[in-house]
Design a protein around this ligand. Structure first.
Ligand code: ADP
Length: 336
């Protein structure tokens, strides 16, 4: 019988509760005890803990956010903070720590495992989908649907007023949300880190693209989906620049934290349930230093430093068709 600690850390993602629930229910089946530490790594440092029984997680599978709260924790990146966390894990006689979070949280966990003897298991919980070792991260599918819902609404008003909308979505280092929500919404352009080397050299082609779409393809409204932090000065700055260059009103819209909220879609609830259960199963096997994931519908576990070290590849076919559907070169040929 073991004591398993669990935290949710970093950017919250829909489905984190479903994962906590699966961990608690599975652990209970094996007779393990589960302690939740609150506010991410802060809870480990401050010893802010709650015992989690199956009763505590009932009816949480459908809840967005996280019942354990999440937070960023600067103190955990210092030696002093790390030592305090290790001391509290030992004081509470924790055998295994499960961290549900994104790449930063898993980097932190990798550092922790070098200073603590217990088992450490990561679970991919981030809307960004930017972790290797799993096809999807918990929260990603919900975030795409949320972004899509908003973009569909923007299309209605963009069409009515024959406007150009620049929609900023989350994903500062990776274009997963931008690409998927752009394809699903039929957006005429998607700009994300993997598709752009230098934004400044891109401006001319963006202007050309917009003009082609309007004049040659007769588009009455145009939606451009842009990953956050991609454009220096932000989407508002780009909207103003484009308005001045094209002479048609371009409106910015930042979707922001709306993308993190809401009830998880079925896919995320199921993925979270599988990965939470699997995390406990591999704790039983004595594994440590890995993140659980799912690739081609098969559960797997990869070393922590593998999951965050390399940039995860976008679906190359999806990138290609998003570009081809509104290809400027083809557009120019049509105009001849
Ligand atoms: P996410 O997990 O969503 O990527 P962050 O990048 O903010 O979110 O990371 C969450 C927390 O993980 C940070 O506040 C910090 O406590 C910890 N962390 C992130 N990177 C490291 C690191 N390189 N070393 C130690 N801890 C880290």
């Amino acid at each position: 019988k073991k004591t398993i600690a669990v935290i949710t850390s970093g950017g919250d993602a829909p489905g984190m509760n479903a994962c906590i629930r699966a961990i608690v229910l599975t652990a209970n089946r094996f007779g393990h005890q589960v302690i939740g530490f609150k506010h991410g790594y802060n809870g480990l440092i401050e010893n802010e803990k709650v015992l989690l029984s199956p009763f505590d997680v009932q009816h949480t599978i459908q809840l967005g956010g996280t019942i354990l709260k999440s937070a960023r924790c600067l103190a955990f990146t210092t030696d002093k903070g790390l030592i305090a966390a290790v001391e509290n894990l030992n004081k509470n006689e924790v055998d295994a720590l499960v961290v549900i979070g994104g790449d930063g949280s898993l980097r932190g966990l990798d550092r922790l495992q070098k200073h603590w003897d217990g088992q450490v298991i990561g679970v991919p919980g981030t809307i960004d989908n930017d972790l290797n070792g799993t096809d999807n991260t918990i929260g990603y599918q919900t975030a795409i649907d949320t972004a899509l819902d908003s973009i569909d609404k923007l299309r209605d008003t963009a069409d009515a007023f024959e406007r150009i909308f620049l929609v900023e979505v989350m994903g500062r280092h990776a274009g997963f949300i931008a690409l998927a929500s752009a394809v699903a919404s039929g957006a005429e352009q998607a700009l994300f880190p993997e598709s752009i080397d230098d934004p400044h050299t891109e401006l001319e082609s963006i202007v050309q693209h917009v003009e082609c779409l309007r004049q040659v393809k007769g588009k009455s409204s145009i939606i451009m989906v842009i990953a956050e932090h991609l454009w220096p000065g932000g989407v508002s700055d780009l909207a103003e620049t484009l308005t001045n260059q094209i002479g048609i009103e371009c409106r910015p819209c930042i979707l922001g934290h709306i993308q993190r909220g809401g009830a998880p879609v079925a896919y995320d609830r199921i993925l979270a349930t599988k990965l939470g259960s699997y995390a406990v199963e591999i704790i039983n096997e004595g594994q440590s230093g890995v993140m659980v994931g799912e690739i081609n519908n098969r559960q797997c576990a990869h070393k922590l430093n593998y999951v965050y070290s390399e940039q995860k590849e976008l679906d190359p076919y999806l990138v290609k068709i998003q570009q081809n559907l509104f290809d400027v070169v083809q557009c120019l040929n049509l105009s001849k």
